[in-house]
Design a protein around this ligand. Structure first.
Ligand SMILES: Nc1nc2c(ncn2[C@@H]2O[C@H](COP(=O)(O)OP(=O)(O)OP(=O)(O)O)[C@@H](O)[C@H]2O)c(=O)[nH]1
Ligand SMILES: [Mg+2]
Length: 487
């Protein structure tokens, strides 16, 4: 039986206090109810503002970093570096997926050579080739045989494209060719170049291709470890490359081939995705890409890729801060700027990559535009953009290793950049020169004064880049915290 009376300690003292007085009049009751309703309203308002503040707080702990620069400037490589440094286990798990990209890079390099042999009929001196009636060399017979033996690579190329690009991605048909053509090439050889273009494959970044590849390398719904992959994956492309390896090595080391490439000004070693000097290793059946291989592999980005991570490895005040790094696929300056603008909102910092090794190259997407000139135009546009007036700009004068190789091989910078004058033709002087030029543009074009952060980089080099990215990270976090306090 339920008791209706309460014992002394069951009485709620608050109930007692809040209970309306026994002698409350109707008028008092109405006033009391109105006061209670007002109190509830104020309490709700306080709850709402606490919620909004929390959301704001959450928003404040997201660091947004944008990677900008022309195509092939090294944006995705820089992003991969961040992944390697700050989410190393995910990066390691994904290395196996890059094997297909490397396979495609090798097949493309071979195709560049074969196309050069097919389409070019330049008179060669002391090349070992026999001259035909019109003065052009015949390809030596053994090279013809090599070419024939390499025909299975055509099938592998198609296979890899089908593997890397989902059928729905109809944008993945862009024709972007080999870009190492000297500005000083004659009109005739440039048009030959265009007709012999080797289309570059690209995919939308991130999940799509990795997802498709990951599915094929999962067992029982769980990701395969690298050891599993080593033991069990049967990879047709790797098998064919393995069986063609000696022939590819012979092709690449052939004197006649080297001469044709030299005369065509095709510097394969300086092109993205170059693995021909590592063929023994990368065509081995149990090949698993190293960190360096992943950084050197080339896969063009189309669209936007956002990488989110919590920088756990960076213990300290920014621990737990979420980083969102956005990599927007580059193309030539004018159209690309419009595609970048939507990402300017809310951005904390920008890393702008200018590949200074491109002083003697033209854009793949518009062969009338010099690469360095295009980078300078983009830099001016980014510096002067009013939406970015309060954003810190970090400049990476990238591909310094290639610049060094070019200058050391005797290519004179002053031939292409007249204002360089008679300064010494070495990396140190050249990078200092470019740094001061880009810094002057930054000073002149920024709507408000801001600090200039400029680094000479080779983002495929793991050691030096790790140090630079650590400084950039500290700088971005400091700036982010300062901004958050100001809000
Ligand atoms: N040697 C050398 N190669 C580099 C350097 N930076 C990038 N690369 C290579 O250049 C190629 C292009 O780099 P990506 O990072 O794909 O360029 P991107 O800016 O993302 O290009 P898009 O996706 O076309 O916008 C890759 O094969 C890289 O490995 C560098 O400093 N030195
Ligand atoms: Mg990219």
């Amino acid at each position: 039986m339920l008791s209706t009376s309460k014992s002394g300690h069951d009485l709620d003292p608050l109930d007692e206090l809040l209970k309306p007085p026994a002698d409350e009049t109707e008028e008092d009751r109405l006033i009391r109810l109105a006061q209670e309703a007002e109190a509830r309203r104020i309490s709700l308002q306080i709850d709402e503002s606490i919620k909004a503040e929390r959301q704001q707080q959450k928003k404040k702990s997201v660091v947004r970093l944008l990677l900008l620069g022309q195509s092939e400037s090294g944006k995705s490589t820089t992003l991969r570096h961040f992944q390697r440094l700050y989410t190393p286990s995910a990066f390691r798990e994904e290395r196996i997926l890059w094997r297909s990209v490397i396979q495609l890079n090798i097949v493309r390099s071979v195709r560049t050579i074969l196309d050069a042999l097919t389409n070019v009929r330049l008179p060669l001196v002391d090349s070992g080739g026999e001259d035909s009636d019109d003065g052009s060399p015949h390809i030596p017979q053994e090279l013809d045989l090599l070419k024939m033996r390499l025909t299975p690579l055509r099938h592998i190329e198609a296979l890899l494209i089908a593997k890397l690009i989902p059928p729905s991605e109809d944008e993945a048909t862009s024709l972007i060719g080999n870009s190492s053509v000297s500005l000083f090439q004659s009109h005739r050889s440039r048009s030959t170049e265009r007709s012999s273009r080797n289309p570059e494959v690209f995919v939308r970044p991130g999940a799509t291709w990795k997802g498709a590849l990951a599915k094929s390398s999962h067992r029982d719904g769980r990701p395969m470890s690298l050891d599993d992959a080593r033991m069990t994956t049967r990879d047709e492309a790797q098998e064919v490359l393995h069986s063609c390896s000696d022939d590819i090595i012979s092709l690449w080391n052939d004197k006649f081939v080297r001469e044709v490439l030299r005369r065509r000004k095709i510097r394969l070693e300086e092109l993205p995705g170059f693995f021909l000097n590592d063929l023994d290793r990368v065509t081995a059946l149990d090949f698993i890409p190293s960190d360096d291989d992943v950084l050197r592999a080339r896969l063009k980005t189309v669209g936007v890729s956002e990488y989110r991570c919590e920088m756990e490895a960076a213990a300290g005040r920014e621990q737990g801060t979420e980083w969102r790094i956005v990599d927007v696929g580059g193309s030539r300056s004018q159209p690309v700027l419009a595609t970048w603008v939507p990402f300017f909102d809310d951005v904390d910092s920008i890393i702008f990559l200018a590949p200074i090794s491109g002083f003697d190259q033209v854009l793949a997407e518009d062969r009338s535009v010099n690469r360095l000139e295009d980078s300078v135009l983009l830099w001016k546009a980014v510096c002067s953009n009013r939406l970015l007036a309060n954003v810190d700009l970090v400049l990476f004068l990238n591909k310094c290793d290639i610049l060094d190789a070019k200058l050391t091989s005797g290519i004179r910078l002053s031939r292409y950049v007249r204002s360089y004058g008679d300064r010494p033709n070495d990396l140190e002087t050249a990078s200092k020169y470019f740094r001061s030029k880009f810094s002057a543009i930054h000073r002149e074009y920024s709507p408000l004064p801001r600090k200039f952060y400029g680094f000479c980089t080779s983002v495929t080099d793991t050691t030096t880049t790790a140090g630079i990215l650590a400084s950039v990270r500290d700088m971005v976090v400091r700036r982010h915290l300062k901004q958050s306090k100001l809000l």
